[in-house]
Ligand binder design. Sequence first.
Ligand code: MN
Length: 387
Amino acid sequence: MYFYDSRGYGDFFNMGEYSRMGYDQIKKKISIFDTTLRDGEQTPGVSFSMNQKYEIATKLNDAGVNIIEAGFPAVSPDELKTVKHINRDIGNICSLARCNRNDIDRVIESGSGIIHLFIATSDIHMQYKLAMSREQVFDKIIESVEYAKSHGLNVIFSPEDATRTNMDFMERIIRAIDVDTVNFPDTIGIMNPMSMYYFIMKIKEFTHKKISVHCHNDFGMATANTLAGIMAGADEVQVTINGIGERAGNASLEEVVSAIYGFSDSYTDIKMEKLYSISEYVACASGVIPQKNKAITGENAFSHEAGIHVHGIINNPKTYEAINPEIFGVKRRIVIGKHSGKAAVKYILESRGIYKTEDEINNILKIIKNENRTVDDEYLLQVVNNE
Ligand code: MN
């Protein structure tokens, strides 16, 4: 057990000698900023009801999320109402705003204590989206941050498309603003773990402000890039449940938090045993079901079928499990199919108090293998009864 990991979560990870090598370990708390209700809701085809948003915010708060981005109050009166409603009962709320008075005023009206201010800073976004020069964008940022601060808001500033922003321009902005946190969005997911590490190290050369990262999954690297950001010294991570979000989505909260315990000496305030029920609720409310082979929350993440694997798992789960599913309060699943061996059948039957001879088990296995598909425990028991 690691000194800073007071819940002993580290013990649930079966890592190897090299798993934690390659960078200087930092022992600190990583703040978890969840944006399921904002970036997550920007998933094509997803829109939560007010009740669903309230329910998700409550669950995130119970699970120990440090900051919940509840929404973007300027988008509609309903959104503003929802954020107000969530803010009334849950304290650690953040709301999104563009760098303009109207958006900031809606955040003030919502009651959020934290504002997430953003404006695009990459040349391509400034030219084709904002039609603004660097000077105009710079002035807008200064003016908006001052306005938000003068209303007592805690400010998180995001230079949108940061990973394609000119570094000198970004340095000038970050040096000029007095904010609590700067968040670096990899808006279109074009970083890899090595470049992300280098990018955050570069930023640390000119600022001591709190650093946050926001990674997208366009190359399937959102979790890895988020972890690389942490390894380079980021203090906060912006994530979503099940990794939902624009296009291929964001870094997933459950994967990032697991990676923090698996690969680093840092820790979080997250109560791991609460994550499955949030994942299920968000899957239901969003209609976006995690792919079967998704890490942590996919249906197969803790399932085993192949005979050799199951044999190992039965003797000692550490043989084929990187993460003990009990950390999430769930059980591993042994599935019977054409790759199964006697050990799996014997294990499932004996866990139900049914004892069979070697010949009988061989016979049952033969029948199931002839089916050429995966069968559930119910079917297995049916075969046993028919024999
Ligand atoms: Mn995003």
